[in-house]
Design a protein around this ligand. Structure first.
Ligand code: 26W
Length: 855
């Protein structure tokens, strides 16, 4: 058998042209190192796909045809490992984890899959001999953007780690027809355009029309008495939709393990169609079919505000019902019908509350369909489920109206009531002297329209609840879930997020990855702690020079990208100051803008002392209905227009907004960053994962003591990043202690000038009031996220950044040290921690890394 070390991709070629985004950095393969036969086989397979699958000749083939043929060639290479892994897990009768997530933000797969199976160099050699450009072909792949942001991308990173670690398990989600919208900028404003990533089909996926489950809604519940005192419940549903499986293989790095993501698409149920059809309503039946198929049509583009939309509720139950049915089906096939064994064979992780209906669904199936008693079913269910919370923002917490449950899931509502009744009895017994406690922890919110609190259901129905960074978990325990923490002191635990080093360093940052591989054990992509070997090199001038060159190559790649696609030409020698993430008030892009304007004013007034040339780069989408976030995007463009057009300042300050931020553009922007902006109000960003990606790519962080920033600082050392601003405790004290934003403004003339400019139309002369609501929310609306309170500290700390940048050697030393100490944030370690303590699952595929204490 081929060993891991024999995998050809480990000898990364030296780039001829570092700068091109076209993938030219892969193009100079030392073919003498490669097996001639492998290249020929690869070419033959590529031609065969072109001919037999697409019926095209090489002369006729478009770039997209080549992409399709190449994807199929690559897929063939990973299928064997994939099916082997599934067989290995089945024959070991191993416990597996099912990661239920409404979102998987996967991005493109061609490059990551080629890297994983170790065929990148062979592919390049083959394409080069055929006169084809890999980079141009790669750009043909549409993104699988089946997610909004952090939560969806985390799910994709976790599946990558499951695959690489050989942990049996897979992701379950929805096969959205339209993923995240495409962001266009017109007149400086965000315009949402639907993205159809499936227009030309998806060559990576396997459609499984035979893997199909009915999902039911509506109707009523009838009680049946067997005459001997036994009562049971029958749900007489009114509607039925079919869920069809689409499987996406996810190869692990090194080509040993593999995982998958099973995505459900909605298909009209025949039973349903026929009813209308038999009534003679042919058109009606087709329309009804279309309506039920609309279930999996579109991803909701809101990542932090619960809108209470009926279709969203239906989507949640749709994917949950299909996934739970599939999980039970597989359990039964493997282990028979002794349901008490279920927790020994399956762990179900709920990615936020979105899949929480899985808890009453499993209870329903065990009780109503399998005839188990309540207590037994409850013990099984609690043994299976665990829940991850990803946000403390109150507006993001899901609460579904009881009326909606009554209408669509009446049996589930009964079960939720029964869970609640038993839970509240237990609460009263456990804490008899707190009369208000029952109201606070109840699964039903009785204040103004009764609603089911999904987070409470998730906490009560799971054996483990986790936060995603230490401070976030601590705040869950002391705030959001304080009552539950008192009731169940061991239930809430921390699992700090991680990122996959395969995509976010090895793939996205070839210049740095190649440099690292020359100095560090080549296994670093599967054992990120190995990067510690770079620490002594932080003092090595020769290495520092090479490190700087890698960063410059990435900056030039970004520069040519922004020049070509945005028409903005920037100086790759300037400090690249990067804030890329969803646009949200709590993330405080507006604070960044206040600093940009402050800097602009100083420049206009000739106060350049100590300043260095900067390019401030923004990217991110706003939820379509989020007016303030959209206005911030507009303001960034307006400020960019003024600043970039001013001949007095343009050599010192540029502002760039990269439209349509997604996984692919992140892969270009992040490696180019010098400074990483992580400036959320302390206590609001659960973890952040962009902060990890940027630091791993050698950007220094300017940030608040929030989310995983705190743990990043512990690892890289506070001397290597720039903390500023109020702590979470100070934020709480400030908010409750009569914070007066107006007074803050009056005390700071520079701040007052900036706010007056925005408010007075300096950046919107044709429409002077355009940005007034943003400033008014700060001055008269209470400044909930405390931008003004943190402004002075932020601006002062940006001054420290300039000073640090002027010491190029010192900056590079900090950047190298940062990269070297980011090992803790590999998603592999995060997933291993979940696997060991929360899921109780073990690796079955042969993995190549020495997992040390984790084995
Ligand atoms: C119902 C509307 C809705 C949809 C999605 C509300 C909230 C969400 C997500 C929970 C938002 C989200 O993506 N949270 C992010 O999760 C990341 C992964 O854990 C964290 O790193 C981010 O800090 C957190 O904002």
């Amino acid at each position: 058998m081929q060993t891991y070390r024999d995998q050809p991709h480990r000898d990364h070629p030296v780039a001829a042209e570092e700068g091109g985004i076209s993938g030219a950095d892969w193009m100079t393969v030392d073919w003498s190192q490669l097996n001639r036969g492998d290249i020929d086989v690869f070419k033959r397979r590529l031609y065969a796909h072109l001919k037999h699958r697409l019926a095209r000749s090489a002369e006729e083939a478009s770039l997209h045809d080549w992409y399709t043929a190449l994807a199929h060639t690559t897929r063939d290479l990973l299928v064997e490992t994939w099916t082997d892994s599934q067989r290995a897990a089945a024959s070991a009768d191993a416990k597996r984890v099912c990661y239920l997530s409404l979102e998987f933000l996967i991005g493109r797969s061609l490059e990551s899959n080629l890297l994983a199976v170790g065929m990148m160099d062979i592919c390049h050699a083959a394409l080069a001999e055929m006169g084809l450009d890999f980079g141009a072909i790669r750009e043909q792949e549409p993104e699988a953007a089946l997610g909004n942001g952090g939560l969806g991308r985390l799910a994709a990173c976790f599946v990558d780690s499951l695959a690489t670690l050989g942990i049996p398990g897979e992701g379950y989600g929805i096969h959205y027809h339209h993923g995240m919208f495409r962001q266009r900028i017109e007149d400086g404003r965000q315009v949402e355009v639907p993205e159809n990533w499936l227009t030309y089909g998806n060559p990576w996926e396997f459609k499984r029309p035979d893997v199909c489950y009915p999902v039911r809604y509506g109707g009523r519940v009838e009680m049946v008495d067997d005459g001997e005192g036994h009562q049971s419940f029958v749900w007489i549903h009114a509607e039925e939709v079919l869920a069809i499986a689409n499987d996406l293989p996810v190869p692990g790095y090194g080509g040993f393990g593999a995982s998958s993501i099973r995505l459900w698409s909605a298909r009209a149920s025949q039973e349903f169609d026929l009813q209308d059809f038999n009534r003679g309503d042919y058109i009606g039946s087709v329309m009804a079919a279309m309506e039920s198929e609309s279930l999996s049509k579109v991803l909701y583009p809101d990542d932090s505000t619960e809108q209470g939309k009926v279709l969203r509720f239906r989507q949640e139950y749709f994917f949950v019902a299909a996934s739970v049915a599939d999980i039970l089906h597989q359990f039964r096939a493997q282990s028979g019908a002794d349901w008490s064994l279920l927790p020994e064979k399956v762990a179900i992780q709920l990615n936020d509350t979105h899949p929480t209906i899985a808890i009453p669904e499993l209870m329903r199936l065990l009780i109503d369909e399998q005839g188990l008693g309540w207590d037994e079913a409850w013990e099984i269910s609690r043994g299976v489920f665990a829940y991850t919370n990803h946000t403390l923002l109150p507006e993001a917490l899901e609460c579904w109206p009881v009326a909606l449950f009554e209408r669509l899931l009446p049996r589930h509502l009964q079960i939720i009531y029964e869970i609640n009744r038993r839970f509240l009895d237990q609460v009263r017994a456990q804490v008899p002297d707190d009369a208000d406690l029952v109201r606070r922890v109840s699964l039903i919110d009785e204040n103004g329209g009764r609603r089911v609190r999904m987070a409470h259901l998730a906490v009560v129905g799971s054996h483990c609840v986790n936060g995603v960074a230490r401070i976030h978990t601590d705040l869950m325990k002391s705030g959001l879930f304080a009552d539950f923490h008192r009731l169940y002191p061991d239930k809430i635990v921390n699992r700090t997020n991680g990122i996959t080093p395969r995509r976010w360093l090895n793939q996205a940052n070839r210049p740095l990855a190649r440099l690292i591989s020359r100095h560090v054990d080549e296994d670093w992509p599967v054992n990120l702690d190995l990067l510690r070997a770079l620490l002594p090199l932080a003092e090595d001038a020769g290495f520092a020079e090479e490190f700087r060159r890698a960063k410059t190559a990435n900056k030039e790649r970004f520069t040519s990208f922004s020049g070509r696609t945005l028409g903005v030409w920037i100086d790759p020698g300037s400090l690249f100051d990067v804030q890329v993430k969803r646009i949200h008030e709590y993330k405080r892009q507006l604070l960044n803008v206040l600093h940009v304007i402050t800097r602009y004013n100083r420049l206009r007034h000739g106060l350049t002392a100590g300043m260095v040339p900067r390019t401030v780069i923004f990217a991110g989408k706003a939820a379509p209905g989020y007016a303030a976030a959209k206005m911030i995007i507009r303001l960034i463009h307006a400020v960019a227009g003024v600043v970039n057009g001013d001949p007095r300042t343009r050599d010192w300050l540029r502002v760039v907004f990269v439209p349509n931020y997604n996984v692919s553009s992140a892969e270009v922007i992040i490696p180019a960053a010098d400074l990483s902006e992580q400036i959320s109000t302390a206590g609001t960003e659960a973890s952040g994962t962009g902060n990890m990606k940027l630091a791993l790519n050698g950007a220094l962080t300017i940030g608040t003591r929030d989310g995983a920033n705190i743990e990043i600082a512990e690892e890289v050392g506070e001397e290597n990043l720039f903390f500023f601003g109020l702590t979470a405790e100070e934020v709480a004290a400030c908010r409750s202690g009569g914070y007066d934003p107006m007074a803050v403004m009056h005390a700071n003339p520079e701040l007052a000038e900036v706010l007056n400019m925005i408010r007075g139309g300096y950046f919107s002369p044709g429409e002077p009031e355009a940005f007034r609501p943003l400033v008014d929310a700060l001055l008269y609306g209470g400044d909930h996220y405390l931008l003004l309170a943190d402004y002075a500290a932020y601006v002062a700390t940006q001054g420290l950044v300039d000073a640090a940048w002027q010491d190029a050697a010192g900056w590079t030393r900090s950047a190298i040290t940062t990269v070297a100490r980011m090992g803790k944030f590999s998603a592999d370690l995060t997933v291993l921690d979940y696997a060991r303590d929360i899921w109780g699952v073990k690796a079955t595929a042969p993995v190549m890394q020495d997992l040390g204490p984790y084995r």
